[in-house]
Design a protein around this ligand. Structure first.
Ligand SMILES: Nc1ncnc2c1ncn2[C@@H]1O[C@H](COP(=O)(O)OP(=O)(O)OP(=O)(O)O)[C@@H](O)[C@H]1O
Ligand SMILES: [Mg+2]
Length: 422
């Protein structure tokens, strides 16, 4: 990852302590965990602050973002009683772009080894150069030998030509450099990164969903991002720059109420689906610029729902069209897992089900233990998924044969050892 200044990942040199940082548009949070065993990640520190200097997942004010990051990390360090030096961070800015690419390398009737897989990855990275972009992920999704497809692990097999289907995700170098600089100013190094919905999916999808095909949709504050998983791999990711904060602005505008109050109304009374009782339930709405004690409106809840619903429909329609246009819909199966703070809105599951015509459930971080209650909801899937990604990455860098990996687990999948890095 060339955008990370002067730092190479250290192989398991952390005494099993890892740190994850989610820089979101609404909140910035940090988890510190012990992970002696990749299957047993235990959170020991949590820090959380409202986001500053970040818009639609991109850092727009370095000083503000730096201060907020430092606050979140400091709080997590205090709770954990350790100092973080390296972090795994999410990437939301720089318009992450996804593409599947076929590469082929000559084996010349020899046995396929790790070296050949690394050569294929290097070739893919060299082939897929978008100006002003950096590669975030280069994930082998399937292999072929001499044109025979459907090979899950080619190592140890013989052939002339090894084909690898690579899923590449890139993002704009400028945004990534700003991210790295901001984190560097907090005296931290980036040890690894993952696009946000990939991390959210890793945290909240169960093995069957990862295998059979599933889309994780992360409804954040400034963005809604999606990641499609199939046969255990990330096969597509995209992001639309619309999220929960747009719903809040719509409420503020529609009811002429301050943004802070619109946010409270959404959380206390909001619903994505209407019900017959909505006309009878009246909500007090303070008006912008007026004295909250004397100048208020009374509006029926139905009016609030009529504002919330169209924006959410728009978001899910955008997601649906991104899935259809990319062709990823065919791989994504019938299941959707909703994460992100926006997934907490009552009725969101039903609405997503209607618009996307899929089975929808709300996802929470489920692969790590010791999460405090405040960090156990869907908004913390990204940061928890970064911990999972961190243990995968350490394993990827150190294991040399699949027999070392835990069978049947996320870690046991073929090709994990070099998925992300050369
Ligand atoms: N109980 C709730 N009901 C409805 N919406 C909620 C609830 N709690 C939080 N939200 C919304 O979730 C959004 C924040 O979600 P999240 O914390 O996942 O965003 P983020 O990760 O900071 O942003 P992004 O991923 O877009 O960069 C806000 O718009 C907030 O209004
Ligand atoms: Mg987020």
């Amino acid at each position: 990852m060339t955008y990370i200044p002067g730092k190479k990942p250290k192989k398991g040199s952390h005494g099993g302590v890892i740190a994850a940082l989610d820089i979101g548009s609404s909140k910035i949070c940090c988890l510190i965990a012990r992970a002696e065993d990749p299957a047993a990640i235990k959170v020991i520190g949590f820090g959380h602050t409202s986001s500053q200097g970040v818009r639609a997942g991109t850092i727009v004010n370095m000083e503000d973002a730096e201060a907020a990051i430092a606050n979140a990390v400091h709080a997590a360090e205090q709770m954990a009683g350790v100092t973080a030096h390296d972090v795994f961070v999410n990437v939301s800015g720089g318009r992450p772009t996804s593409l599947t690419l076929g590469v082929e390398v000559a084996i010349l009737d020899q046995e396929v080894t790790d070296v050949d897989l690394r050569r294929a990855l290097a070739q893919g990275r060299a082939q897929y150069r978008i100006p002003e972009n950096e590669v975030i992920h280069a994930i082998p999704v399937s292999y072929s030998l001499d044109g025979n497809r459907g090979i899950r692990d080619p190592r140890g097999m013989f052939g002339d030509r090894l084909g690898v289907q690579l899923h590449m995700v890139t993002a704009g170098s400028g945004s990534l450099r700003n991210l790295a600089t901001c984190i560097g100013r907090c005296h931290l190094d980036i040890e690894g990164s993952a696009v946000s919905p990939y991390a959210s999916g890793l945290a909240s999808l169960v093995e069957d969903e990862l295998d059979l095909g599933c889309t994780c949709i992360d409804l954040g504050g400034g963005t809604t991002s999606l990641a499609v998983f199939s046969e255990g791999n990330l096969v597509f990711t995209d992001c639309v720059p619309v999220g929960g904060s747009h719903v809040t602005s719509d409420i503020a505008r529609g009811l002429a109420t301050p943004l802070g109050h619109a946010e409270r109304m959404k959380i206390l009374h909001g619903n994505a689906m209407s019900s017959s009782a909505d006309d009878r339930e009246m909500i007090t709405v303070p008006l912008v610029g007026e004295d909250e004690r004397t100048q208020t409106n009374l509006v029926p809840k139905s009016q609030l729902v009529r504002i919330i619903r169209p924006r959410l429909e728009e978001i899910f329609e955008l997601v649906r069209s991104r899935l259809e246009e990319s062709g990823a819909d065919a791989l994504s199966g019938r299941r959707v897992v909703l994460t992100g703070g926006g997934a907490q809105l009552p009725g969101i599951r039903e609405l997503a089900q209607q618009v996307l015509d899929k089975q929808v459930r709300i996802g929470r971080p489920s692969r790590v233990s010791g999460l405090p209650d405040a960090a156990s909801g869907p908004a913390f899937a990204t940061v928890a998924g970064l911990l999972t990604q961190a243990t995968r990455q350490h394993t990827e860098l150190t294991i040399s044969s699949p027999s070392v990996a835990v069978p049947g687990s996320l870690m046991g999948r073929v090709g994990m050892w070099l998925r992300e890095h050369l």
